[in-house]
Structure formats: structure tokens, C-alpha cells
Design a protein around this ligand. Structure first.
Ligand SMILES: [Zn+2]
Ligand SMILES: [Zn+2]
Ligand SMILES: [Zn+2]
Ligand SMILES: [Zn+2]
Length: 317
């Protein structure tokens, strides 16, 4: 069935998710909503919940996680290790092959995830992150840790398939693995966007999509306002592919994006290069300081809107 602008194509609960460390004291670890009166897990004292039902829902994974956290407390692992830990618990529970319950039509499980193993092995930054994660996991999980090759496979899948979970104000609150939505490929001219309500991910149409099957849906993994060369760099660095979408093959778009309409003649444009704005092509006047501050303000404003951006794995994550 065709979808119109704003329609929900798919909604999904996370396969696993974790709050960012800074949000652990203010957001519920299960539903990720921020609320007062959170209650600590009485056993580990690390995770907090807004209700008994939230705690119960999280228990299938937190039960094992809880004993690991008690073991290392007060040294709580960084977010990337917390997410890996949850995936390892799922692995131990032999859960990887189970199809995504929140979307039965796309029939997808964690086992179907791309790994980009070869590219990651060639990436010194990622490999150093992997050894750090391994080191911490050995301390946290000890002898019952699966073999390193299996953990590497899980790490690769996590690295290229995580979503940043944002709150209503688009501030990141945590990270999650969403089985079906990970199937959606990237385009710099997307026809869909990812939004969140709590930890539930909604894939929404940005235009009419006649046949909304995964191969006809595209989201943008990165900041769409960046220039082509920056987008391509970022996509390769984070996701190991070269985008060949219509925008990436259109050099004129970048020029337009970097220019502003002349306020003097309203006909010409002022293009921006590394040194700033060039004079108007029509009347020859230069950009004035009032215009400049207006442009800067606008740029800062739109930079805050990075809906649906996939996760940037950094050292601190
Ligand atoms: Zn909750
Ligand atoms: Zn606990
Ligand atoms: Zn592109
Ligand atoms: Zn002009």
C-alpha cells in the first residue's frame, strides 16, 4: 500500500539499547523517557527505572547484565561496552536468529546484518576501539565470554548498524540496535526519515512511496546539509560505502547550497568558497556584516536538526 508524506512505514522496538552514561540518572533505562522519581535497580544500583513494568520489561537482558555490573561496580563500562554487553547476553541466550518481532513482514534477524568485516580490519581506529572493548569485556564478563572471533563479528555489526536514540528535542539520549530499520539503505536524497518516541523508532515517509518495501526506501545516515565531499568521506569512514545517489553526482547542488541570494539586487547569488562569500554575480556588491550574522545564526540553527542520523562511533562512546 502506498504511503503519503508523514505516514509511518514501520515502527520498531530496539533489539537491544542502552542509555548514554550522562542520561542514566535522569532517564528510565527501559523506556528511555526522562522523568522524576526514578527507582534504582536494588541489586546493581546502576540502572534506574520509572516503573515496575519498565523494570520488568528490561529484566530479560538486565538480569545477567546486573550481575556483571555488580562485579565491576563502581567502574561502570562506557556506552559502547554496555551495548556490546547486551548483544553478548543475547548471543548467549541464542537469540540472534530470531526474526524481528516488531516487523514480521520484512523477516529479518540480527544474523542478517552486514558486518563490513574486511573494511573494519583495515581500519586502525576501529581496530583499536575493538581491542579496548575486548579488554573491558574480559574484565566484566570473565571466563564466560564467547570466542574473540564471535565478539568481533558482533562488534562489526554494532559499529555499522546502531541508531542514536533522540528525545523530543532531538537531543541524543542513548543508542540502540533496530533489526528491521537497519535494512534501509542510505541516500543523500532520502524519501524517509527516522524519528523516535521513547525508544520506539518510527520510519516515516517524506513523500509518497508507491511500494514501501525496503528496496524502495532510503534514509540519510548523515547530516544532509554537509557538502558532497564531506558526506562521501563521512559515509565511507563510518559505513564503508561510496554513495552514488543523484545528489552525489550533481556538482551544481553544492554550489547552490553554498550560496545566498543577494539582498541588494535580489537577482544574483553570492557563492561561498574557502575565503568567504564572493561578490554578487549580477550587481557586484559584497555580503554585508548584517547578512553575515544572519547567515551564521541560520546555519547554527539548522545544524541542530540532524534527525535520523546514524551513530558516530568515537573514542568516548
Ligand atoms: Zn520507563
Ligand atoms: Zn541491576
Ligand atoms: Zn549521496
Ligand atoms: Zn546583487
Amino acid at each position: 500500500m502506498a504511503t503519503q508524506l508523514g505516514d509511518i512505514i514501520v515502527s520498531a522496538k530496539p533489539y537491544v539499547h542502552t542509555l548514554s552514561q550522562s542520561n542514566r540518572t535522569v532517564n528510565c533505562s527501559s523506556c528511555v523517557k526522562s522523568c522524576g522519581g526514578l527507582k534504582k535497580c536494588s541489586k546493581c544500583g546502576v540502572l534506574k527505572y520509572c516503573s515496575v513494568s519498565c523494570q520488568r520489561e528490561d529484566w530479560s537482558v538486565h538480569k545477567e547484565e546486573c550481575s556483571y555490573l555488580q562485579h565491576v561496580s563502581p567502574n561502570i563500562p562506557v556506552d559502547s561496552v554496555m551495548l556490546m554487553l547486551r548483544l553478548i547476553i543475547k548471543h548467549k541466550q541464542r537469540d540472534f536468529g530470531k526474526p524481528d518481532k516488531s516487523n514480521e513482514t520484512w523477516k529479518r534477524s540480527f544474523l542478517d546484518f552486514k558486518t563490513h568485516k574486511k573494511e573494519i580490519e583495515q581500519d586502525p581506529e576501529r581496530m583499536s576501539q575493538f581491542s579496548q572493548i575486548m579488554f573491558t569485556l574480559q574484565k566484566v564478563v570473565g571466563n564466560s565470554l564467547p570466542p574473540a572471533t564471535e565478539i568481533f563479528d558482533i562488534f562489526c555489526k554494532m559499529a555499522v548498524n546502531s541508531f542514536t536514540i533522540c528525545d523530543g528535542e532531538l537531543n541524543p539520549v542513548g543508542v540502540g540496535i533496530y533489526i528491521s530499520p537497519s535494512l534501509i539503505d542510505h541516500s543523500c536524497v532520502p524519501n524517509a526519515v527516522v524519528t523516535f518516541c521513547g525508544k520506539t523508532l518510527y520510519l516515516r515517509a517524506l513523500e509518497e512511496i508507491k511500494d514501501p518495501t525496503p528496496e524502495n526506501i532510503r534514509i540519510s545516515y548523515i547530516d544532509q546539509l554537509a557538502l558532497t565531499s564531506d558526506r562521501q568521506d563521512q559515509l565511507y569512514k563510518q559505513y564503508y560505502f561510496t554513495c552514488v545517489c543523484t545528489r552525489c553526482s550533481d556538482g551544481e547542488k553544492d554550489k547552490k547550497m553554498r550560496s545566498v541570494k543577494c539582498q541588494n539586487c535580489s537577482l544574483g547569488n553570492m557563492e561561498k568558497d574557502e575565503n568567504g562569500f564572493l561578490p554578487c554575480k549580477e550587481c557586484g556588491c559584497s555580503v554585508n556584516s548584517t547578512d553575515l550574522s544572519r547567515i551564521n545564526k541560520y546555519e547554527n540553527y539548522i545544524c541542530r536538526f540532524k534527525v535520523g542520523e546514524r551513530l558516530k562511533i568515537t573514542e568516548s562512546f
